[in-house]
Ligand binder design. Structure first.
Ligand code: IMP
Length: 200
């Protein structure tokens, strides 16, 4: 298989588009985003894993557009909660993308859990699908940390105020975007994606 000339970034999230373009800037591939297309299907994320959902998104959009498409799925996996919120991270408290309610619910569920049992990780899977909708490969990035006792920090989004890498001693919401992008699950997945792409 040879490296595609063009890849469509299959996400409507403008922050992710910027991050992906930056991570792949030295790769000789043309990157388009969904704003270049009129009829993009709405993909229902109903698989039981990050890889399943990322692959489904990439395949369905690739098939509809007849292009190579990359898509990602990510979330927070908490040991003491048996892996929750996991693939349901965006709508843990009910409504999709209500970050404040999600963090409050997470801290409630974790009340009384001792420090040594507060282990968690952010996971990101990126899938690349070919123009007929077949997965070429998936890659994964994992960002290990712990769940804080309360929300701290203003930066980032989602669960950033309640997640901290122990070696940093501060939450991700206290890190700059540049610092986060050196160690995050998405940054690590993109690094692996870049390597796989260059090896095609
Ligand atoms: P999605 O990959 O955009 O579907 O993200 C799923 C959910 O996981 C988001 O709504 C956030 O709640 C959470 N999440 C994913 N990545 C991050 C991150 O870098 N920081 C904080 N929360 C995240």
């Amino acid at each position: 298989m040879t490296m595609p000339e063009t890849i469509v970034i299959g996400t409507g999230n403008a922050h992710k588009v910027v991050e992906i373009r930056d991570a792949l800037r030295s790769v000789p591939v043309k990157l388009l985003d969904l704003t270049a297309f009129a009829d993009v299907p709405e993909v229902i994320e109903d698989r039981d894993s990050f890889a399943g959902n990322a692959s489904k998104k990439a395949c369905e959009i690739a098939q509809a557009l007849g292009c190579w498409v990359m898509a990602d799925d990510s979330g927070l996996v908490v040991d003491a909660l048996g892996g929750a919120p996991g693939i349901y991270s965006a709508r843990y408290a009910g409504e999709h993308g209500d970050y404040k309610a999600n963090n409050e619910k997470l801290l409630r569920e974790m009340a009384g859990v001792p420090e040594e049992k507060r282990g968690a990780r952010f996971v990101c899977v990126i899938a690349l699908a070919d123009p007929v909708g077949k997965v070429a490969f998936t890659v994964e990035g994992i960002f290990e940390g712990k769940i804080a006792q309360k929300e701290i920090g203003e930066n980032g989004f989602g669960y950033d105020p309640v997640f901290y890498p122990p070696e940093q001693g501060r939450t991700v919401a206290e890190m700059t975007l540049e610092e986060k992008n050196r160690v995050s699950h998405r940054a690590l997945a993109l690094k692996a994606f870049r390597k796989r792409l260059l090896g095609m």
